[in-house]
Write a protein that binds this ligand. Structure first.
Ligand code: PLP
Length: 378
């Protein structure tokens, strides 16, 4: 069996070990310390737009804190893009709220502004607007931010951004993760940069950053003993993990360029094949980090289906994966409301496939991928 080609695997830059060594040398093996502070500073400088960053144990915990800080209460609603990873929606249930799922649109595969408007209008008529809207930049592709911000503003609803897959992506030259009142990032092992496991909450004020630190370190009041007036969480990133993050920030631009080169490789590979669309920026307002390159196959035109291609890859020990299964189709969310008359997310799930997109993909691996495709086509 040939060695496995992964969808997306960790890719160290070299300096990570230096920062970890520093943590060991200074005995900062705690969920605080200079690596955490400096990793946050690196991210703040990178994102700009007055971003205040709190480093946390995961993107999921960051979203949980964001919802708490939006004051989402039990029984209230939060709107969320349906086509996404479950971590975008699970935290809604952690605070006892109900997710309402919104369809995608065909250009970016992200939240459809019209479906969002329809859903908000429906709730406005009932006098029950959601506490927040969660938009996701899937696979690194920025959502239609102008339209989505406009709709949220019209209805006076808070926008949260799930930028877990989109660090380094921009919309009209502004970084993803800086549009919403708050945003989350993820540094899980498969993301564009990793801390082995970790995430961050991006907000716009020092007060919010302080609040996130407070809640993520067990809500300890200012006292010499342990005093608690609120329920807290153990969500802070460790100083060792943050050392990996500092090293990864040094190579982030290279990682983005490598992922974008993968996207160019696939775009060329599929350019001659009718019936296969490669997810690509709709126009020059959009810049995707192309975390994963994803395709949408029309089986009637292409002559092969998503499953045909996936199984062929699997036989050659090449990992590929169907697009995210929309949340409104998941058994766990079968009770949730859904707005989407276009059924865009369902169709993308039927016909979409994510392709190996690691920044460490080699020319030899690309050749193996191209070979499988040639076999499928004959
Ligand atoms: C990875 C991911 C998350 C969650 O991040 P974790 O750090 O794994 O908790 C959230 N949303 C999306 C879209 C993701 O891809």
């Amino acid at each position: 069996m040939k060695p496995k080609i992964w969808l997306s695997s960790p890719h160290m830059g070299g300096a990570e070990i230096k920062y970890i060594q520093e943590a060991f040398d200074q005995n900062w093996i705690a969920p605080l310390g200079p690596n955490v502070n400096n990793f946050e500073l690196d991210l703040e400088n990178y994102l700009n737009h007055n971003s205040k960053v709190t480093a946390l144990s995961s993107g999921t915990s960051a979203l949980h804190l964001a919802l708490m800080m939006c004051n989402v209460k039990r029984g209230e609603e939060v709107f969320c893009q349906s086509m996404t990873f479950s971590a975008s929606a699970n935290p809604i249930t952690y605070v006892g709220a109900h997710p309402v799922f919104i369809d995608s649109e065909p250009d970016t595969w992200n939240m459809c502004p019209e479906a969002l408007r329809e859903a908000l209008e429906d709730r406005a008529v009932r006098g029950k607007l959601p506490k927040a809207v969660i938009v996701v930049h899937l696979y690194g592709m920025p959502a239609k931010m102008d339209e989505i911000l406009q709709v949220c503003e019209e209805y006076g609803v808070t926008l949260l951004e799930d930028a877990a897959e989109a660090l380094g992506s921009t919309y009209k030259s502004q970084k993803c993760g800086t549009f919403g009142q708050m945003a989350i990032l993820s540094f899980n092992g498969n993301k564009i940069i990793t801390t082995s496991g970790g995430g961050a909450l991006v907000s716009k004020s020092f007060a919010r950053k302080k609040r996130a630190i407070f809640l993520s370190t067990q809500a300890r009041e200012d006292a010499p003993h342990y005093e608690h007036a609120e329920i807290g969480y153990n969500y802070r990133l460790s100083n060792v993990s943050a050392g990996i993050g500092r090293g990864q920030m040094e190579v982030l631009d290279e990682r983005i360029e490598a992922r974008r080169a993968n996207h160019r490789f696939y775009s060329e590979l599929f350019s001659e094949i009718d019936g296969v669309e490669v997810l690509t920026e709709p126009n020059s307002d959009y810049f995707s980090n192309h975390w994963l390159t994803a395709i949408n196959i029309n089986p009637e035109v292409a002559g092969f289906s998503r499953e045909d291609l996936r199984v062929r890859f699997e036989r050659e020990n090449i990992e590929s994966r169907p697009l995210w299964k929309p949340m409104h189709m998941q058994p766990v969310f079968e009770e949730a409301h859904y707005f989407g008359s276009g059924h865009v997310a369902e169709k993308l799930f039927d016909n979409g496939l994510c392709l190996p997109s690691g920044s460490n993909l080699t020319d030899a691996e690309r050749a193996r991928i191209a070979e499988v495709l040639n076999k499928v086509l004959v």
